[in-house]
Design a protein around this ligand. Structure first.
Ligand code: DP6
Length: 355
């Protein structure tokens, strides 16, 4: 790799006559977390991170990751600061590998990355979704690439499958491709954040990092769960029904389908060997309490990801009733109210150097 500096602002590399221009100025990107209403669980390729099933999600305004990245011509290794602390070696490796993928080679200038979540990390609140969506945007811009939303979504997917959907605001759908290299596996927008004013209340039941990450959980499920083939073959129908329910703004149908997909996914994971159970006592208690509330006439539906946190989908007029119910549950530590949120964006501020 030949390297030369251009007017102190860029780091230009030339490998096999391919010229790349890395910005030496910091770039900041923000991406919001998303919650799947029809769940992704299982991979058809671990190497390219290709989901085995499509998914439909809602991006949330209240949960976000802000990531600043700066390439340097002096750093010897990548650095990652996550929520004000030096990241673990495994988190740093995941980010370095992702930057290599974005650059198309490990022969690139090193970067410092500072990332902050405004919510508990790694506890089933989709921090990898907002994290890799923000990183894809910041890295692409830092590398001087002008990427379409489709290309950004494909890139984010390589970091984490759910991140592909956080490129967009509102409702989006992760599509499955047919090619082995994943070039067709990216998310597409369905409706933006102004389409339908639904609410998602996140009941935090633990601040602990989950014991089993979603990647490991999916690999184990794919290999050992006896109903796995049926999960995959019945999925297109769940997606079709959800697309229609959202198109018709049929809240009851949307909630029923979301709950069904949630329990189908967790039932499948529980049937893996050894079993995967992400819930704690407060998770189970909350499920029952939301169902009792629903019987009393309040349309509220639960969904749960790879962690013990509860997410309750409801309409604006039901928020107070759901919050009252949650406040009575031992083990619900805090409640975050979210509306449909925006897609990922670059913060157009003049950033101070972070190196
Ligand atoms: C239960 O996107 O975290 O939240 O692709 O291995 O990084 P990797 O998995 P990840 O899995 C998300 C699983 C889920 C359901 C969903 O968001 O669709």
């Amino acid at each position: 790799m030949d390297v030369y500096k251009e007017r102190n602002h860029f780091f230009v590399t030339k490998t096999h006559s391919v010229i790349k221009k890395y910005s030496l100025s910091p770039v900041t990107a923000v991406a919001h977390s998303n919650i799947a209403l029809i769940k992704y669980w299982g991979k058809r390729s671990v190497e390219y991170n290709l989901p085995a099933v499509g998914s439909i999600s809602l991006t949330l305004d209240a949960l976000h990751t802000k990531t600043t990245l700066q390439f340097s011509d002096t750093l010897k290794e990548d650095q990652l600061i996550l929520n004000d602390q030096d990241a673990t070696a495994s988190a740093l490796k995941r980010v370095s590998d992702f930057l290599d993928i974005t650059a198309g080679s490990s022969d690139r200038p090193k970067a410092k990355v500072i990332s902050e979540n405004n919510f508990p990390t790694g506890a089933g609140l989709a921090s990898s979704a907002s994290g890799f969506a923000a990183l894809a945007l910041a890295a692409g811009k830092g590398m001087g690439q002008s990427l379409s939303d489709e290309a950004l979504s494909r890139l984010a997917r390589m970091g984490s499958g759910s991140a592909a959907r956080s490129i967009y605001g509102g409702f989006s759908e992760m599509q499955l491709g047919t090619k082995d290299d994943g070039s067709e596996d990216f998310a597409v927008p369905l409706y933006d954040e102004n389409y339908w004013d639904v609410r998602l209340l996140v009941a935090v039941t633990s601040d602990e990092k989950k014991e089993l990450g979603s990647t490991e959980g999916m690999v184990r499920t794919t290999k050992t769960a006896p109903y796995y083939e049926h999960w995959v073959s019945s999925h297109p129908n769940d997606l079709r029904e959800m697309r229609q329910a959202i198109a018709e703004k049929d809240f009851e149908k949307t909630g029923e389908l979301a709950e069904h997909s949630c329990f189908k996914m967790h039932g499948l994971a529980m049937a893996a060997k050894p079993p995967i159970l992400y819930w704690n006592a407060a998770t189970t208690e909350t499920i029952h309490r939301v169902w009792i509330l629903r019987k009393s006439g309040v349309p509220a539906y639960v969904t749960i990801d790879a962690g013990p946190q509860m997410k309750i989908l409801c309409l604006p007029e039901s928020v107070d009733a759901v919050k009252d119910t949650l406040s009575e549950i031992n083990g619900v530590r805090s409640v975050i109210e979210a509306k449909p949120g925006p897609g990922a964006y670059i913060m157009e501020t003049v950033n101070e150097t972070i190196i």
